[in-house]
Design a protein around this ligand. Structure first.
Ligand SMILES: C[S@@+](CC[C@H](N)C(=O)[O-])C[C@H]1O[C@@H](n2cnc3c(N)ncnc32)[C@H](O)[C@@H]1O
Length: 234
């Protein structure tokens, strides 16, 4: 099967563009798993997924959060490991061959791995990008400045003809303002990475969009966006 990005539009088999379950290029309010269930298989070249992890504190018992910060965090809609697994199953089905999932992970998953989520779907780790937030975060032992973006690819694994930008370092500094409880991810970094693996006009998916930084990034480089968030007002 031809999977090179440059031959994706129009679809190689000449079939019409997919019917998207939600309007493109806008904020949609629903559970991301509903969006994923409604997607035609193998229609998405790139998904960027940033789960609301709950695992870090539960698992590491850092004991580093004061009462007010803990209360703020508990107001967010956190995802269990099982829920994240359900998301990744849906994302994997929606990706085209050689399509990518860029998965934001916390330090705990960086160290312990995401094997249980990806092994059964055939996704492979092909790279890791570290985001230096250039801002000292919380931490009882060390103070956090880094976040991690795992670059996963659906088979067949290949870079030539699929990864089209070769100027992206694996550690990138970008400062971002917080919006309420949401910690937006860096727009410029995500835009460069979107350009690396998609063509102009392609649809980029984010099923838990928060502040919609992925939509902003996609539009910045002439791509379309499909996504939602379960929280009203996101
Ligand atoms: C870490 S935030 C995403 C931040 C986003 N990447 C950004 O740059 O702003 C995770 C988001 O997942 C949303 N969320 C939690 N459960 C969800 C679900 N079942 N479906 C869709 N969104 C969900 C939360 O409301 C939160 O906005």
């Amino acid at each position: 099967m031809t999977v090179f990005a440059t031959t994706r539009l129009p679809r190689p088999d000449g079939s019409p563009a997919p019917e998207w379950p939600l309007p493109l290029n806008q904020r949609n309010h629903c559970d991301g798993r509903e969006l994923l269930t409604g997607l035609e298989p193998a229609t998405i070249p790139l998904c960027i997924f940033d789960p609301q992890y709950r695992g870090l504190l539960d698992k590491m018992r850092y004991g580093n959060e004061g009462v007010s910060r803990g209360q703020r965090r508990s107001g967010l809609l956190q995802m269990s490991e099982e829920t994240i697994g359900e998301f990744i199953a849906g994302i994997s089905a929606a990706l085209i061959p050689s399509g990518h999932l860029f998965l934001w992970i916390d330090k705990f998953h960086l160290c312990t791995g995401v094997g249980p989520w990806i092994a059964q779907w055939g996704l492979e780790v092909v790279d890791l990008v570290t985001w230096n937030k250039d801002r000292l975060g919380m931490g009882y032992r060390t103070r956090r400045v880094g976040e991690y973006l795992l670059i996963l690819q659906k088979p067949p694994k290949r870079a030539k003809g699929v990864w089209q930008r070769h100027d992206i370092p694996d550690v990138v500094t970008e400062k971002v303002e917080r919006i309420g409880n949401v910690h937006p991810k860096p727009v410029n970094l995500q835009a460069r990475l979107i350009e690396a693996v998609t063509d102009p006009g392609d649809v980029v998916l984010d099923p838990a969009a928060g502040s919609y930084s992925v939509m902003t990034a996609a539009h910045q480089v002439g791509r379309q966006f499909l996504g939602c968030d379960i929280a009203a007002g996101s």
